[in-house]
Design a protein around this ligand. Structure first.
Ligand SMILES: Cc1ncc(COP(=O)(O)O)c(C=O)c1O
Length: 380
């Protein structure tokens, strides 16, 4: 097979001096790494550098991969729902300090978000959401023809929780709080959330999306599972796609009081989550060392990213997840295009923050390749 050599690719990135001879340029799954060791490097075609979907460049826990490899035929040929799902629900319940009936597994947290829209936006109820925030909840609200009130972020790009509480009324079915927020990367700290929870009417269900919670190192942050335990009208959505590095497996879950779990469950699809995904997720939940290590490496790259941008005179929204929004001070589309021409994919343009570029944090080697390419793209 012929194709551009790794050297050509690095030259195209303009980073020859920075990474030359320093091992594989971009992270690959463990298997690929092992196989690549037996092949000449030039035979491996270069890949796009994927800094666009907030996936983990560190991949899944080795224990999750081992669980997938060790899967018995019966895990594939049988439904296995009770055994596999209930073990996972038990492990998640223990992890969060709740009981099994507080957990619903979904085909990614997307299935949970959609089910919440289907249940709480029926009968003409409305949605309150920050702008920008993760779009899925707004997208699925269209199925219920629900009106969505989109409230601007604060001046420092966080959810305006006092305004969200004030805007909630008896016709509100769902308030969506993405914490940390995608795409801004900001958090709402526990005192702000407490203020909000003290004011938001109990008639509305509050959906906290905590897809990136495990990346947060700020001591002021707290999971909203606390409010589930207090019996509040709260659902927390979690995912295996981010810190667990299992986006392709499609598995996430909801944590809520049993009455709410009972309401959303009929709107999720039985058997949508495979036994294979559930057993890999179970292994990952038990590998706290892996998630800790991913969070640690991510935090180093996050600090480095902000410092690199500062050197260029660029400021970033306060970043708490595995991605950063950097203010380019101009329209981002040409820079996105110039990076794509260098085979580096970054986040799309977000209408409410048109000058901000969202960059998912890669491994140290990936980011070392990114910075010179970014500098070149900025001159495009
Ligand atoms: C805030 C947020 N919630 C949910 C999701 C979807 O996650 P999943 O892969 O679990 O469906 C994403 C994916 O990017 C996200 O950013």
């Amino acid at each position: 097979m012929t194709g551009p050599s790794r050297r050509d690719f690095i030259a195209a990135l303009g980073v020859t001096a920075a990474v030359g001879g320093a091992g594989p340029l971009f992270a690959r799954p463990v298997d690929d790494e092992q196989q690549a060791g037996s092949r000449p490097a030039a035979a491996t075609p270069p890949r796009d550098l994927l800094l666009n979907y907030n996936e983990s460049p560190y991949g899944p826990s080795p224990r999750a991969l081992a669980a997938i490899r060790a899967a018995q035929t019966s895990l594939v040929s049988r439904y296995h729902i009770e055994e596999t799902y209930d073990s996972l629900r038990d492990a998640l319940a223990a992890h969060h300090g709740v009981t099994r009936d507080h957990i619903r597994i979904g085909a990614g947290s997307t299935e949970i978000l959609k089910a919440c829209d289907d249940v709480f936006l029926a009968d003409g109820k409305t949605l309150i959401v920050a702008n920008p925030a993760y779009e899925a909840v707004i997208q699925y609200a269209a199925n219920s023809k629900a009106e969505a009130t989109r409230l601007s972020l604060t001046d420092d790009y966080a959810h305006d929780l006092p305004r969200m509480a004030r805007t909630t009324n008896l016709s509100t079915g769902l308030v969506y709080v993405c914490n940390p927020n995608n795409p801004s990367g900001t958090i709402n700290r526990k005192d702000e959330v407490a203020f909000f929870m003290a004011r938001v009417p109990e008639s509305a269900t509050v959906l906290f999306d905590e897809a990136y919670a495990e990346f947060v190192s700020d001591p002021g942050y707290e999971s909203a599972v606390k409010y589930v335990k207090e019996g509040r009208n709260v659902i927390v959505a979690k995912t295996f796609s981010k810190i667990h590095g299992m986006a392709g497996m499609r598995i996430g879950y909801a944590i809520a009081k049993p009455e709410l779990i009972a309401r959303i469950s009929p709107f999720t699809v039985d058997y949508a989550v495979t036994g294979l995904a559930a057993s890999a997720a179970l292994a990952s939940v038990k590998d706290a060392a892996h998630t800790r290590e991913v969070a640690r490496k991510n935090a180093i790259e996050r600090t480095r990213f902000v410092a690199e941008m500062q050197k260029l005179g660029l400021s970033c929204a306060e970043a708490h997840g595995n991605f950063v929004m950097v203010d380019l001070g101009r329209q981002v589309s040409p820079v996105i295009g110039a990076l794509a021409a260098r085979r580096i994919l970054v986040g799309r343009e977000f209408g409410a923050m048109p000058n901000f570029l969202r960059v998912t944090l890669g491994t140290a080697a990936e980011m070392t390749a990114f910075y010179p390419a970014f500098r070149a793209a900025m001159t495009a």
